[in-house]
Design a protein around this ligand. Structure first.
Ligand code: MCA
Ligand code: AMP
Length: 485
């Protein structure tokens, strides 16, 4: 029996729907056959990259890799050349899975390609891997330098998905709808592997839209997952879309995560539908840490209580644990538990720095705890991390990319409040030639081609010189962004 997906190997009801992407779908029996073929093909590999488009092949590919006991490395199909090159060098996959017809960039040319056939009739190989074997390597941005590959073991998938099942009363009868990207934890682990572990179904929208959400929630879907930007767009659309109101009103559970859901959007949705969005708090390195429980109170601005098996503490600057539950004393969130990653790939230095001597993972998030144990995230320790549309983006990697543009002499990147994206990326640029500075489209395209489109600046401001302190360090606070430096 598969330890991750019991219903794929015992297939209690072969016609039970598992995955649906647009008009293509697979039952559990079909998924077992198609992913079995992938598993058989990749079973001797160490790491397998997956060209993670929002398509059926991505889900079948990742499930197949996991059934083979191998580690999957989901690739953002919009990765720019610099970022993709780094991820491939760092993770060194032997095989790349794609959908027939996908055009892959040159960086993948040297890696053996295997096209996932969703109609294949394979058998799931009899492979057994221990709980600490790597399941996924997910790339996540830091404050400086290129993204780091978080190695997520099989036990973490089990711990987080079963913890969420307990918190959300999530069962095989649930039908999830979402339009999240499949190269991050939210869309892939919670949004695809989650329903499959429960024996339930997921319908992926391909691309998020309020119409798609309304259609699926009115057509049998019971749960919705999204980032706050999606809930903001829902809140905006509700007054003009009665079908959306109806769909949300009838849903069993609406869940938001990856960034803070603004209280205003939470309240607008509650007023229009009578439903309160449940927030959960997680991180690539830790998977899920806390959540509002399905039978608990969804209080705007809070992320609920630690999930079963997750130890969570708040720690002051000097390392002393915060003992009060007063809703006021701020500390860094540190966590311990089976939900954690094991290491950053090829980065023992970064791995060591991420943990305390006694094994707690430093999240870098600042929070308070309320009287009843509810956690409220109030900020972030690292000032050079930006959360835009639910994506974590390091200011440093964008600055480095901007500095490679011939028209840029100096560059600094900050995040500023944005009602839709949470934060928007602002590029502060000292042009080489003040009379002919590079424009926003030019620099946005430059960053998108090197890194990824979601990392592109949305605002460009020119300066004669960057504000620096006596040490020569850029003073980002003086730039008027929401971060300091
Ligand atoms: C625009 N585009 C460009 C450029 N400008 N492409 C190349 N060069 C350019 N200069 C393209 C984009 O690629 C995209 O293409 C389209 O134009 C629109 O892009 P964008 O403006 O970025 O889209 P958006 O509408 O603003 O996206 C909002 C969004 C998105 C849908 C909410 O931000 C999103 O999917 N966020 C989810 C992030 C997420 O899953 N985070 C989880 C990580 P095209 O038209 O082809 O799309 S956090 C996590 O996992 C932890 C564990 C947690 O707690 O959850
Ligand atoms: P990532 O590294 O992309 O996985 O993003 C993880 C970060 O997203 C966390 O460290 C938090 O800063 C943020 N985050 C995730 N969920 C929430 C939430 N519900 N509320 C506030 N911040 C969140």
């Amino acid at each position: 029996m598969s330890t991750l997906f019991p219903d794929l190997t015992r297939v209690p009801a072969p016609d039970r729907p598992a995955l649906r992407f647009g008009d293509r779908s697979l039952t559990y029996a079909e998924l077992a056959a198609a992913s079995g073929a992938v598993a058989d093909r990749v079973r001797d590999a160490r790491r397998v990259a997956v060209w993670a488009t929002p398509a059926l092949e991505t889900a079948v590919g990742v499930v197949g890799v996991l059934l083979a006991g191998v580690a999957a490395v989901p690739l953002n199909p919009k990765s720019g050349d610099r970022e993709l090159g780094h991820v491939l060098r760092d993770s060194a996959p032997e095989v790349v899975l794609a959908a027939p017809g996908d055009e892959l960039p040159g960086a993948l040319a040297g890696i053996e390609r295997y096209d996932v056939d969703v109609c294949a009739h394979g058998r799931i190989p009899d492979v057994h891997r221990g709980p600490s074997a790597p399941a996924l390597v997910v790339y996540t941005s830091g404050t400086t330098g290129p993204p780091k590959g978080a190695v997520i073991p099989r036990r973490a998938l089990v711990a987080t998905l079963d913890g969420l099942a307990d918190a959300w009363q999530w069962t095989g009868d649930d039908v999830l709808v979402h339009g999240l990207p499949l190269f991050h934890v939210h869309g892939l682990v919670l949004g695809i592997l989650g329903p499959l572990r429960r024996g339930g179904a997921v319908r992926h929208l391909g691309r998020f839209s309020t119409e798609g959400v309304a259609r699926e929630l009115n057509g049998g879907a019971t749960m919705l997952f999204g980032v706050p930007t999606m809930y903001h767009r829902i809140a905006e659309a509700l007054p003009a879309e009665p079908e959306l109101v109806k769909g949300l009103t009838g849903a069993r559970l609406l869940v938001s995560g990856s960034a803070a859901l603004p209280v205003h959007d939470h309240e607008r949705i509650a007023t229009a539908t009578g439903r309160r969005v449940v927030e959960r708090y997680g991180m690539t390195e830790t998977l899920m840490n806390t959540s509002v429980r399905a039978d608990g109170e969804a209080r705007a601005g809070t992320v609920g209580v630690p999930l079963p098996g997750v130890e969570l503490r708040l720690v002051e600057e000097d390392g002393a644990p915060v003992t009060s539950y007063d809703g006021e004393t701020v500390g860094e969130v540190q966590v311990r538990g089976e939900n954690l990653f094991t290491e950053y790939l090829n980065r023992p230095d970064a791995t060591a720095a991420a943990f305390t001597a006694d094994g707690w993972f430093r999240t870098g998030d600042m929070a308070v705890r309320e009287g009843d144990g509810y956690v409220r995230i109030v900020g972030r320790k690292a000032t050079d991390l930006i959360k835009s549309g639910g994506y974590k983006i390091g200011a440093g990697e964008i600055e480095n990319a901007l500095l490679e543009h011939p028209g840029v002499r100096e560059a600094a990147v900050t995040g500023e409040a944005d009602p839709d994206l949470g934060e928007r990326i602002v590029a502060w640029v000292v042009p080489g030639d003040a009379h002919d500075p590079p424009g926003l489209d030019e620099l946005a395209g430059h960053v998108a081609r090197r890194l990824a489109p979601h990392k592109r600046p949305r605002v460009l401001r020119y300066l004669d010189a960057l504000p620096r302190n006596d040490m020569g360090k850029i003073m980002k606070r003086a730039l008027g962004g929401d971060v300091d430096g």
